[in-house]
Write a protein that binds this ligand. Structure first.
Ligand SMILES: *[C@@H]1O[C@H](CO)[C@@H](O)[C@H](O)[C@H]1NC(C)=O
Ligand SMILES: *[C@@H]1O[C@H](CO)[C@@H](O)[C@H](O)[C@H]1NC(C)=O
Ligand SMILES: *[C@@H]1O[C@H](CO)[C@@H](O)[C@H](O)[C@H]1NC(C)=O
Ligand SMILES: *[C@@H]1O[C@H](CO)[C@@H](O)[C@H](O)[C@H]1NC(C)=O
Length: 556
């Protein structure tokens, strides 16, 4: 316990913590929660948790702190009646153990995680320093060592699934890809404080693979709907993983017969806000109705772009997914999130566009590949990689109109998945899920649908991607390199220099298919603008007011 500040000299940290905990517990289970210690058997109740007296005054508290490799996540708990603070109301505060030095810095970004919970992203503290939050109107929030975690090993997310199991997302298991584990290797533990074995509930593991362990949910939790209980896993040699994960409800438990949306998209991105409008508006036109954006720590304008899209009627939500190297787990999480409302879910990136080459929209394509009774659970679509197409500047009209030259061969594929068909292990590798019997995957007919992947855009754009994901792109990059030229062999961390012929690379076939489609369906003949161009909305706003429609994220 580093920071033992007495705010206004009234409460010690310990008193504050316990009173807040009691308050929290009581407010959530406002009557009673039945609780079996240690083993969740059918044994009679051993004790019950009555509504405790609540006398403390409510304040914001730090629930957990996670040190990622390049930033810190601080989870704040708000008392029920509090309004969320904005970025300008608070500062990240860094101080040394002896409190001789104190530094503050504005947060990178704030996110609303769920009801009464906000995540603050701060820069990493200087060596030897602790990080806390300074609320301008209120003072410093106390911290404690036991709630500060490294990003691995860590149980970082959890979800209650509808089959009375809990999905536990774990970093640091280092399991072999695509292999199921022996369930007896682990146990799941539910509780509020894993240093106090008295208040544990243990259940067995049902399955597990990659980063996801599925456990039986204790009966007492099923009855009590314990929203704020944490879950973690324990290995056979009794090592308990640190955990920040409070399972959220996986939407409605009894799936309605008719889903709200026919086709949804899950995507994961970082700092790609400027491509989002075109990508969403285009896909809406071909039949996508709902977008789940898993945001890996963007610090661009993404909140505002998403807010704009919501306001003009798109069903889109943003979910912070800051975890390191967890793409597969993120897709699994999204698939589950989408399952109760989406019949089909596509997993594509923001620089990938479905290009339909037959008459009709995406649902016609799906119907052609997954006729009733054929048990198709996944449709795999080929990708074509587009080059800069002679461009040197970012095309103002967007990528689909801007880039029209590509490599002739297709690359790996992406998939459209029926979430009901997913295997309970949720195993997925490079955008493909394991299915559960009797469902099968089919390859899409490329004369009906492909994906245009705007992979090698103008240098200015590509360069950012290159820095971000050197490992992914260096191979393609080097393949096309003239090995003798030193300029053109940027290694990891060295300056990437624009190759003289960049604009004309990756160009083997002219492909105007999608360009022409977008031109026909989107160009405004009066203004000659496309709806995703910034000037477009100035014109449109004069003509009609956008609908005020904001969707509430179903997972809050
Ligand atoms: C889940 O648990 C509830 C409450 O114990 C029970 O009514 C329900 O049948 C269970 N569902 C499944 C799929 O086991
Ligand atoms: C949003 O969802 C509703 C159904 O809930 C649907 O009718 C509407 O078309 C969707 N909007 C867009 C832009 O896809
Ligand atoms: C998010 O970005 C960071 C780079 O800052 C990277 O280390 C991490 O693996 C990314 N996460 C995912 C899920 O791609
Ligand atoms: C789920 O996947 C695992 C491993 O790929 C496989 O052994 C199992 O049979 C699958 N389950 C179903 C219901 O098909």
């Amino acid at each position: 316990m580093k920071e033992r500040r007495k705010r206004n000299g009234i409460v010690s940290w310990r008193a504050l913590f316990w009173s807040t905990l009691l308050l929290l517990v009581s407010s959530i289970f406002f009557t009673t929660l039945f609780f079996y210690p240690l083993n969740d058997s059918q044994s009679p109740l051993l004790f019950r948790w009555e509504t405790p007296p609540t006398t403390s005054h409510a304040t914001i508290t730090i629930r957990e702190t996670v040190m990622l490799p390049d930033q810190v996540l601080i989870f704040l708990n708000y008392p029920p009646s509090f309004r969320f603070h904005s970025k300008h109301d608070l500062l990240c505060l860094y101080f040394s153990a002896d409190s001789t030095s104190r530094l503050t810095q504005p947060p990178i970004q704030l996110h609303i995680a769920r009801l009464h919970e906000q995540i603050v992203r701060c820069a990493l503290p200087p060596r030897g320093n602790t990080v806390s939050i300074f609320i301008k109107s209120d003072g410093v929030l106390p911290t404690k060592d036991s709630s500060t975690h490294h990003w691995t090993p860590l149980v970082y997310e959890a979800l209650f699934d509808r089959d009375n199991t809990t999905l536990v997302f774990v970093k640091g298991l280092n399991l072999r890809p695509e292999r199921l584990i022996e369930p007896s290797r682990f146990q799941c533990i539910y509780g509020w404080d894993f240093t106090k074995p008295k208040f544990f509930l243990k259940t067995e593991v049902i399955s597990g693979a990659q980063e996801i362990i599925r456990c039986r949910t204790p009966k007492s939790i099923l009855i009590g709907q314990a929203h704020s209980i944490k879950v973690t896993i324990q290995t056979r040699d009794t090592v308990i993983f640190p955990s920040i994960a409070r399972p959220g409800l996986c939407a409605r438990h009894n799936t309605p017969k008719k889903k709200a949306y026919e086709i949804c998209i899950c995507t994961m991105l970082r700092n790609q806000a400027r491509f989002l409008k075109e990508w969403v508006m285009y896909h809406a036109k071909i039949g996508v109705q709902r977008w789940y954006v898993y945001d890996n720590n963007s610090d661009d304008d993404i909140e505002n772009v998403i807010y704009f899209l919501q306001r003009v009627g798109y069903n889109i939500s943003q979910h912070l997914w800051p975890w390191v190297k967890t793409q597969e787990a993120g897709f699994a999480h999204c698939a589950l999130r989408a399952r109760s409302s989406c019949k089909w879910v596509a997993f594509i990136d923001v620089d990938e566009f479905f290009h339909i080459r037959m008459k009709g929209g995406l649902s016609d394509v799906i119907w052609q590949h997954a006729k009733p009774g054929e048990n198709v659970g996944e449709i795999r679509t080929l990708c074509y990689s587009f080059g800069p197409s002679g461009r040197r500047e970012v095309p103002k009209e967007g990528v689909a109109m801007g880039y029209t030259c590509r490599l002739s061969g297709s690359e790996r594929h992406k998939s459209i998945v029926r979430p009901e068909a997913l295997n309970q292990s949720l195993i997925n590798v490079v955008h493909h899920f394991h299915l559960s019997a009797p469902f099968v995957a089919v390859d899409a007919d490329k004369s009906k649908i492909v994906i245009n992947h705007y992979k090698y855009q103008v240098w200015k754009v590509f360069k950012q991607k290159f820095y971000r994901r050197v490992a992914t792109y260096v191979a393609d990059w080097k393949e096309k390199q003239n090995a003798g030229s030193r300029d053109r062999a940027p290694g990891l961390g060295t300056k990437a220099v624009e190759p003289a012929d960049w604009a004309n690379r990756f160009c083997e076939v002219k492909d105007f298919g999608l360009r022409n489609w977008v031109f026909r369906h989107f160009l405004d003949h009066r203004t000659h603008l496309l709806p995703w161009q910034p000037e477009f909305h100035h014109h449109i706003r004069k003509r009609r007011r956008p609908k005020d429609k904001i969707i509430i994220q179903p997972f809050l």
